[in-house]
Write a protein that binds this ligand. Structure first.
Ligand code: FES
Ligand SMILES: [Fe+2]
Length: 405
């Protein structure tokens, strides 16, 4: 399907109704396994902030696409990624979630094979030499690592395009934010009883905003019109110069950031007036994370599927260390607002997911405003080989500037 055939020219909308994804894709275990393999196993997945691996020999372990992955900082300070599996008989190498290795070696806890921090096999424990075995043939299996702005991503696919190639244009959009300097000030996690795609579909439309997010709609007036951006309005050209927030997509007059009272606590250095006036800027790395950039802080929202019908949502708030140290700094004013919005969205996603279990429901329909949901679903189809790859849909689905959450 060509983008042009379904997307309006000139404003953001679908030219005609589109069928949504099959309902079974939201709960069928075999389909879920296919998505882990084809989508989560082939895209860049956000893991953590780089400074949570603090110094040489620190490590953290993760599940990515249902597979064990290990991140280790080597003696030179470089982050190395490996599958968390021993080349001998496949034991987990590091069963702990995080820690610091005593020596610059990874020793398998099962039979004591020893690897250096670049993954080379250096010793085979008590085992005697055996004909046909060469240590050099058994380094750890590597996982590709990319760092941007202090965020760490991995990709299990050795042939995937580089992070820079895929997301360079999008990350340039928030180039003024001092991302590397920011520190995690608060973390919030929540299990959602929904398929991971329901989360992204909700993220990609604002038809639910007036009903589900009264407080957010007051802060971001355009959301109160059930749209996300200026060009979502078919009559946008008539108001093209109108900078009123309900047209431009900025924050309500007088507000500076996403917080309970709209007030910012300082301003991150380097931001332009335009950056601040935008109110929110998003970097979206589908399927694992979106990063919301504001005047005084940044919020990471990480998605981890834990089964066909469950997912873990983890939010991290990043601040300048100086801000965190200020005696009058009130992180609660910021985090409470984000948690309120995420709880509202989480509830909506669970509601959506539960209803899709009805056998009479085969698939939904997408209406004019749901163009970003369509692009996301088209991206899913393409990843699964169910639709021909169209670069337009793929890149647009991972590059939405205005989103509603
Ligand atoms: S499985 Fe690791 S040393 Fe045997
Ligand atoms: Fe929402």
């Amino acid at each position: 399907m060509e983008d042009n055939a379904v997307l309006e020219e000139g404003f953001n909308g679908l030219t005609r109704m589109q069928e949504a994804l099959p309902a079974s894709w939201y709960f069928d275990p075999a389909h879920y396994a296919r998505e882990l393999r084809e989508i989560w196993g082939r895209n860049w997945v956000y893991l953590c902030r780089a400074d949570t691996l603090d110094g040489p020999r620190s490590f953290r372990s993760f599940q990515v696409a249902g597979q064990p992955v290990l991140l280790v900082r080597d003696q030179e300070g470089v982050l190395q990624g490996f599958f968390n599996t021993c080349r001998h008989r496949g034991s987990l190498l590091c069963p702990q979630a995080e820690g610091t290795l005593k020596k610059a070696m990874i020793t398998c806890p099962y039979h004591q094979w020893v690897y250096d921090l670049t993954g080379r096999l250096r010793a085979t424990g008590p085992m005697r030499r055996v004909e046909g075995f060469d240590r050099d043939d058994y380094p750890l299996h590597r996982v590709r690592v990319a760092e941007w702005g202090g965020f760490v991503f991995v990709n299990l696919d050795p042939d995937a395009s580089s992070f820079e190639e895929l997301y360079g244009a999008e990350t340039a959009y928030v180039a003024n934010w001092p991302l590397e300097e920011l520190k995690v000030g608060h973390v919030f996690s929540k299990t959602l009883n929904c398929n991971w795609k329901a989360f992204w579909e909700n993220y990609n439309e604002c038809l639910h905003c007036p009903n589900i997010h009264p407080e957010l709609c007051e802060l971001v007036p355009i959301y109160g019109r059930a749209i996300m951006a200026r060009r979502d309005d078919p009559d946008w050209a008539e108001h093209a110069e109108d900078q009123a927030p309900h047209r431009s997509g900025g924050l309500r007059t007088g507000a500076e950031t996403w917080s309970m009272d709209g007030a910012a606590q300082g301003r991150l250095p380097g931001l332009s007036d335009e950056d601040v006036a935008a109110g929110q800027r998003y970097v979206t790395v589908t399927p694992s994370v979106f990063i919301a950039h504001h005047a005084d802080y940044v919020r990471i929202v990480k998605i981890t599927p834990t089964g066909p019908e469950t997912m873990e949502l983890t939010a991290e708030w990043l601040f300048l260390p100086d801000t965190l140290a200020r005696p009058d700094f009130d992180a609660d004013k910021i985090t409470r607002f984000g948690i309120l919005v995420m709880e509202q969205d989480g509830g909506a996603c669970e509601l959506n997911h539960a209803g899709m279990r009805a056998s009479a429901f085969r698939n939904g329909v997408l209406m004019q405003e749901e163009y970003e949901v369509f692009l996301f679903q088209q991206w899913v189809r393409e990843q699964l080989g169910e639709a021909p790859k169209s670069e337009g849909a793929a890149s647009r689905a991972s590059r939405r500037m205005p989103v509603s959450e």
